[in-house]
Design a protein around this ligand. Sequence first.
Ligand code: PLP
Length: 392
Amino acid sequence: MIDETLVGRERAALMANYRRQPVAFVRGEGAHLYDADGRRYVDCMAGISMINAGHCHPEVVEAIRAQAGRLLNVSNLYYTEPMVALAEWIRDNSMEGRVFFCNSGAEANEAALKLVRKHAGPERPEVVALVDGFHGRTYGALSLTGQPDKQAAFAPLVPGVRHVERDDLQGLADAVSDRTAAIFLEVVQGEVGVHPVPHEMLRLARDLADRHGALLVLDEVQTGLSRTGPLWGYQDVGVEPDVMCLAKSLGGGVPIGAITARPPYDAVFAPGDHGSTFAGGPLACAAALASCRVLADPALQSGVRAKGARLLAGLRGLVEAGLATEARGRGLMCAIDLPRPRAAEAVAGLLEAGYLANNTSARTLRFLPPLVVEETDLDGLVAALGEVLAHT
Ligand code: PLP
């Protein structure tokens, strides 16, 4: 298992922001990770959906190698080709409009919040988001995040955000008005345990935004890049956003975030309004373009649907066996609820069995394997989970 001296050094050198699992990885390939002793683990988290193409995908690695030998970064004071090529790819594969690059999912939501506020002006100071939603941990993104336990210690937050339950159609209708700048939604609430937002809610949000002159912002940071099957989660709903937030798997493992906005909202930002030194750098954009091309493959996407259905069926089998109370999923984004608050113990048991998962609460386990995962590994996960739950 883990070298205890590394744990001690980590404790002494890093702030205690994370509850890490007792394992250190030194290598990854596809859906597998290896520790220093060469033990293989099936990664069923993909870095929280950050590496959908799998670890060290050869095309991503090659793009990074080639770009690293030419130019790492140069700032946004100048033009670089990879940035333009990636923005073109995003536009050509999502909606008409233009792209702004940043470095993370939280930054994408910050950028979207600034964009909608500037567009709306002072007459529309309100933003509507969902209870249990997650948009990141910086101030704007945390203010959108509908989870008081994450916000409480950091008040006062950015004002003007109203939160509505994800299935409260009337609540949404009541919250959106001519004072609303934007509605921020995820298609599936991932961080809180994979809860799909009902399609009627997403359609109503589109309708209310149109009726009241507000913008619809979809946060596809976790659902994007084929995680749920289609390239973007919204494609299964038939609701198009005005602004979309991206990050995580966009970079194939390298930090990058983006927002894309339809015209005329893609013209809201002017020079000086927003920016970031690293954002859109050639290394990140070259990695991202390679990752995006891998993830947009229709064969991979139909594989996601088939493998997701297989995993969900396996998890539902555990529910039928009385080991769990509910299983949910969209593509390869799945979760299972336990009858007792033993999810952390189940994660530990799975780790011992060689599978990585995480618990989003005391009762809920989440699975986000790389999209290249083999069916045998998913079957192995379900079998291992059955064993673990029977003894937890
Ligand atoms: N938005 C969603 C939907 C997320 O799931 C996350 C992270 O889990 C974020 C935003 C924040 O992304 P980051 O951790 O890159 O800031």
